[in-house]
Ligand binder design. Structure first.
Ligand code: DC
Length: 219
């Protein structure tokens, strides 16, 4: 049976997660944050002090990786060897390492089947960097959400209220991630040729979701 798959790719801070969650609610399907998987890899690398730039060590590490998404209260939570690690993968250190280690083809390959298995059994909105280009090239609905770097940095800064970082630091790290994610050889961040590109710089979340819903329902 063909599943309804919607893909949303784009850089950090473009509003992907919020939009993808709301869109999934509207469509009555699940929302999958694929960045969580790359963050899970980074978290485990840090936990076990893995020399991930060493191909052999990375291979052994990946052969023992046991990341899964588990449904809890209508939401997918990320587990590693059965333990919920969702609350541990949003630190700045994990964020930056997820960006650099995700450039490794072996890492990407290890996470592919998890993503494909979910799509076989569920209608879903998948959010990430290579959803429309590599993981689900045949998805019927593909979106690429982007926004001006200054605006994305401001949004992220506002989300982190109470955190000690300054906005320049947030912007610098975001620019670094943009560069890592879009310049890598393997599955770089870029819009699929057939993706609808949406600049969210001056749009609200609701406006973006409405645009997507219209496109999906008109098909
Ligand atoms: O979406 P996010 O910010 O949680 O993702 C963290 C990192 O994971 C991001 O900088 C690049 C990587 N990533 C990826 O390479 N491919 C994806 N489909 C999702 C995330």
């Amino acid at each position: 049976m063909d599943r309804q798959i919607v893909t949303i790719d784009g850089p950090a801070g473009a509003g992907k997660s919020t939009v993808a969650k709301r869109l999934a609610q509207e469509l009555g399907c699940i929302y999958v944050d694929t960045g969580a998987l790359y963050r899970g890899v980074a978290y485990e690398i840090l936990q076990h002090s893995i020399d991930w730039e060493n191909e052999h060590d990375l291979k052994v590490f990946l052969s023992q990786l046991d990341l899964n998404f588990v449904m809890e209260n209508q939401q997918l939570i990320l587990t590693s060897h059965g333990k919920d690690i969702s609350g541990k993968i949003r630190t700045p250190q994990v964020t930056m390492l997820a960006s650099s280690s995700s450039a490794k083809p072996a890492v990407r390959k290890a996470l592919l089947s998890i993503q494909k298995n979910i799509a076989e059994n569920n209608d879903a909105v998948f959010e990430g960097r290579d959803m429309g280009t590599v993981v689900f090239p045949k998805a019927p609905f593909k979106f690429f959400l982007f926004a001006d770097l200054n605006i994305r940095a401001k949004r992220r800064y506002d989300e982190m209220c109470g955190d000690k970082k300054d906005i320049h630091q947030v912007k610098e790290q975001m620019a670094q991630r943009d560069e890592n994610d879009s310049q890598r050889q393997s599955a770089p961040l870029k819009p699929a040729d057939d993706a609808v590109k949406i600049d969210s710089s001056s749009l609200t979340i609701n406006q973006v979701v409405d645009m997507m819903i219209k496109i999906i329902r008109a098909a």
